[in-house]
Design a protein around this ligand. Sequence first.
Ligand code: SPV
Ligand code: MG
Length: 544
Amino acid sequence: MTSQPPPSKAAQFKRLLLSDQVEFFCESHNGLSAKIVEEAGFKGIWASGLTIAAQFGVRDNNEASWTQILDHLEFMSDATQIPILLDGDTGYGNFNNMQRLIGKLEQRRIAAVCIEDKCFPKTNSFLQGDAQPMADMDEFCGKLKAGKDAQTDDDFCIIARIEAFICGWGLTEALRRAEAYHRAGADGILIHSALATPDEILAFKREWGARCPVAIVPTKYYATPTDVFRQYGFSLVIWANHLLRAAVTAMQKTAQIVKADEHLLSIEDKIAPVAEIFRLQDAETLRQAEQRYLPHGGDHLTAIVLAASRGDELGDFTKDKPKTMVPIQGIPILSHIVDAYQTAGIKHITVVRGYRKEAVTLPHLTYVDNDDFADTGELASLFCALRNRNGAFHDTIISYGDLLFSKYIPQIMMQEPDDWVIVVDSVWEGKTAYTRLGGFAECTAPNSREAYHASIYLTQLGRDVPPAARHGVWMGLLKVSAGATERLQHLLAEMLADPANKKAGMARLFQELRRRDVSVRVLYTVGHWLDINSVADVVQAERF
Ligand code: SPV
Ligand code: MG
């Protein structure tokens, strides 16, 4: 079943405008306040000319250019999913400017615009309103028509705002204009009043009836009970400037206190914590995207090297140090491993030590000790590393301390989004050096040219996979996503509670994952690794 895309912002707005109940829009003046309005549960935003001008520090007299307003609106629109009704002043010019405006608003997913019948540059309605000239009615009708003709989305709405009461004209003029604007194609009327009582807007609504939806801005008649607006059948109530005014009071108080105190103690617990700002900015989504798209970011990647065992098979090589410290080409195996991880962008590397732990002292690594190494196995060492982890879980690569591999191996593993990823070498027969074998792997498909493009998964892993089922050899590296690393820790705790698993190796983990139907993604490779298990391997490794 395909899910329906959410309705466009314009469609949402139109639905609200035409709904048979009163709807409430709240002012916002930038991306942050728009988000706050949305989170508060409002279904729509009033992009107020007054408050946008004020947050710029300029007057509500078209001092900010219309393109500056547009740029600003884009932030508000990007930050929210609910429709925005722009207070478009007088349309920033004549019919031609209005047409360009509509095009630009639609591009920015602004749902609707309200234009008022005054002259450019306009003045705020509460500043000597009755001294303000009104626009010529016919010219304003032309502007509305031009706007409606310019819109490409049928749902885009144009609200005609009548300033007849503001400019000292009466009800008759208001109704005459409402009728003309309605005929010119306006989707709704905004009737404005600067009185402290709702008398004018109620008189208007009584006469106008339900010929088209009516919006109001109760800034001055704020004491009127909302039920009155409901009873009169208004469509839209706009709280037009209250967030900016709240912010101004809070900012003034805070600035005065900090200036006087010269310290932050009296305000710190009265203001939003920085974490709240990050939340509003959605820093978390970026963090997750960085994990996905910045393979060299490093900070979110970790590696665990299982290096607790002696490596008896190397004889004298490991008398006074564990296998991971045996030198190859002049430096310990562990240095090669660290080098490969660091080149792949993995900065945090944890090494599980056991045998002759004092000999494992390379710098800039985190060490965790499995002092019970002689009587426990790889899973116990891995559990030690996870349990002693510092802080959050990260994408993690787990590998052995005696394994040489090329840096491209961890790189390709980290790029795979799957929770569990292993690398399988499909060409192993005849290579004696690979005899210890992390285990034979049977996969959902053998390695082939097609396998390169397909998603292949592990079906079983171990030494006892029948020869006919073997698609390759597990190289001894496992990538586990951050979320799965947390699950892995719980799984190991569960498994190790069973004494039978005390000495269990990694193959046992894969059996358990299979039993639980956990998919393990397989990446095929050919070569690029070496498992040091004999003196002969040490010699061969000199050429690796
Ligand atoms: C605005 O919010 O900018 C308005 C409403 O236009 S008013 O300030 O009341 O004119
Ligand atoms: Mg305005």
